[in-house]
Design a protein around this ligand. Structure first.
Ligand code: ACO
Length: 373
């Protein structure tokens, strides 16, 4: 008989990884040994993706080569192009992305290979395509034309340009780029675990990413950032404290708070809080930032819970002009760097992931023919 399971696999070590590490007690996060506080605001998303997928922070030449690979890789395949308009008008954003990434596999020249070099090429293409997919989805569902990505701009700059239709300020690009870096990887979170389980059957990278996108979609995981914004929009700014207390008293969870691993402040929230404040003040109306601060104080006073990455990310994306229902897709844009790196890592040293279960059903049942039941 199996041992009693830890509900939700809490504290179970499910894989070895050299990609990221969390100290939940101290509130620290590392990508390949680099403290997130050293990377955030100083390292671009492209450098971070290279770090995760190739193992090192790139030098100038490596970054130029990797940047060129991303530019080449962002073309969407024929199946995606042919079906995008219909998908965008019939499916919600995360459903659409799940489907579009699956379609993109058909046109990927490396789709049938799990070899390290093929996997790295696919990782670059998927990382390059994801922001384009989100932007093209938005354009298709709203019936608007968007500018083509500019090969001289970063992923962050191109994304803001395509989503808002305006040339973003340098500071907006810096802030969004930092947000992408902060979300790029996070050990054995639910979507990464889903990707690794899929990859461990020796299925292909696109299939693993489809599993990850479906998993990120849920409101207990990546879907929380959208829920945070919807909550802020639904609350009267003068009644924040009472509304939060009422929700807690009714047993409701407050989206954007709590974390399975962090027992103190999530280090990503430290950066996102500052970014939210700066953008709120710059916008001339920082109401949502101030409401967030008040929510943070009340939830901590009532439940001792800290905000997680999704809480201040919501207002950061809002102030950057990103539509609320694209917040979780934006999460997938950044996490693509980590998911793909985990698939590369899983395939490089694979063993099928197949846990056991504790049987809690009936035993010794007596079979009865159908007409006698
Ligand atoms: N609001 C109110 N109470 C909460 C919250 C919250 N956000 N989070 C946890 N709690 C309470 C639970 O009700 C529970 O209380 P109880 O012991 O009295 O029943 C206790 O804290 C433990 O909660 P669990 O859900 O068991 O904690 P777990 O580690 O399983 O869950 C999770 C972590 C899913 C993140 C949880 O905190 C949550 O649901 N938060 C809201 C959703 C959210 O923000 N998700 C994004 C997480 S970050 C990410 O995925 C990118």
């Amino acid at each position: 008989m199996a041992d009693k399971p830890t509900k939700g696999l809490a504290d179970v070590v499910a894989a070895s990884t050299a990609l990221s590490d969390i100290d939940g007690q101290a509130g620290r996060l590392f990508y390949r040994g680099y403290d997130i506080h050293d990377l955030a605001g100083r390292t671009s998303f492209e450098e971070t993706a290279h770090l995760l997928q190739h193992g090192t922070l790139p030098d100038r030449e490596q970054l130029t080569d990797y940047g060129a690979e991303l530019v080449r890789g962002r073309d969407l395949g024929r199946l995606v192009q042919d079906n995008l308009a219909e998908i965008a008008t019939t499916m919600k954003p995360m459903e659409a992305l799940r489907t579009l990434v699956s379609l993109a596999a058909a046109d990927d020249p490396d789709k049938d290979s799990n070899e390290p070099e093929a996997n790295r090429r696919k990782a670059a293409r998927l990382t390059a395509q994801q922001p384009t997919l989100v932007a093209r989805y938005q354009a298709a569902r709203t019936g608007t034309e968007i500018p083509d990505p500019d090969p001289d701009l970063s992923i962050a700059a191109n994304f803001l340009l395509q989503i808002t239709g305006r040339t973003p300020s340098d500071r907006a690009v810096e802030i969004f780029d930092e947000a992408l870096v902060l979300h790029a990887d996070h050990t054995m979170n639910a979507s990464t675990f889903a990707a690794r389980v899929c990859a461990a059957t020796l299925s292909d990278m696109h299939s693993a990413i489809v599993a990850a996108i479906g998993t990120l979609k849920g409101p207990l995981h990546g879907g929380a950032n959208e829920q945070v914004m919807l909550t802020l929009e639904s609350i009267d700014p003068s009644g924040v404290a009472q509304t939060v207390r009422d929700k807690l008293a009714a047993g409701e969870k407050i989206m954007g708070f709590g974390h399975r691993v962090y027992k103190t402040e999530d280090p990503r929230a430290t950066h996102l809080r500052k970014m939210s404040r700066e953008l709120g003040e710059a916008s001339g109306d920082d109401t949502y930032y101030r409401m967030s601060k008040e929510m943070e104080e009340v939830v901590f006073a009532e439940k001792g819970l800290y905000p997680n990455v999704d809480f201040f990310a919501a207002t950061v994306y809002h102030y950057l002009g990103i539509p609320t229902d694209l917040f979780t897709p934006v999460f997938s844009v950044s996490r693509m760097a980590g998911w793909t790196a985990h698939v590369i890592e899983q395939h490089a040293d694979n063993r099928l992931i197949r846990p056991d279960s504790e049987y809690i059903g009936e035993r010794d049942q007596k079979w009865i023919p159908i007409d006698e039941r």
